[in-house]
Design a protein around this ligand. Structure first.
Ligand SMILES: [Zn+2]
Length: 194
């Protein structure tokens, strides 16, 4: 991708080796000491910032009324996620452009063990289907091992892989039953305790 092809909503993001660098990416020094983005690793401090100040996980701008998540079938069933909320446009562009979602063959890597967001709920098997989820209420819970976001799903649109590429399976967002979305058995963590 050329920088000119980056969607307008992401033009303010740093550009690295053909890709805009999402806000959540952790920057680490390479062998020469230069700061480089590690696309496989989310920055735990940014996770806290996004939740506390209601910022988008991808573009870092303020989230307005509706927030979205991108997850797999298991994440939607469990109603917990490790990635923070996004604008609808950022979620859709991520599904369209992120090479880790777009190409089925790309391997998924775990976050590093010292990361705040390491989660046993983070299934390393790449899902065959991806859900774009419009979310409502949410809370932070501690599972006993880590922090995760427990959210209320309001509507979902499904994407799936055809010939190794991710394409829409259902046309639009459709309402989803969110009764009993609050997970029992996990400790709820007030946002100011993060
Ligand atoms: Zn955004």
């Amino acid at each position: 991708m050329k920088q000119a092809d980056v969607p307008p909503i992401w033009q303010h993001l740093p550009f690295h080796r053909g890709y805009p660098v999402p806000y959540f990416v952790q920057w680490l020094p390479d062998a020469s000491g230069e700061s480089m983005p590690n696309f496989h690793r989310a920055d735990g401090r940014k996770w806290v910032t996004c939740l506390k100040f209601k910022k988008c996980w991808v573009c870092s701008k303020s989230l307005d009324k509706a927030s979205f998540m991108v997850t797999g079938p298991k994440g939607l069933t469990n109603r917990v996620g490790t990635d923070c909320f996004m604008h609808e446009a950022c979620a859709r562009e991520s599904i369209r452009l992120c090479p880790h979602m777009l190409y089925q063959k790309t391997a998924r890597r775990d976050v590093d063990s010292d990361s705040l967001i390491l989660s046993p709920h983070h299934d390393l098997t790449k899902p065959l289907e991806i859900a774009l989820v419009k979310t409502g209420a949410w809370q932070i819970v501690h599972t006993g091992l880590t922090y995760v976001i427990n959210y209320q799903p309001l509507a979902v649109q499904w994407f799936h892989y055809i010939d190794g590429l991710l394409v829409a399976k259902t046309e639009t967002l459709a309402p989803v039953d969110s009764n009993g979305w609050k997970r029992a058995g996990f400790k709820v963590v007030p946002i100011n305790k993060l």
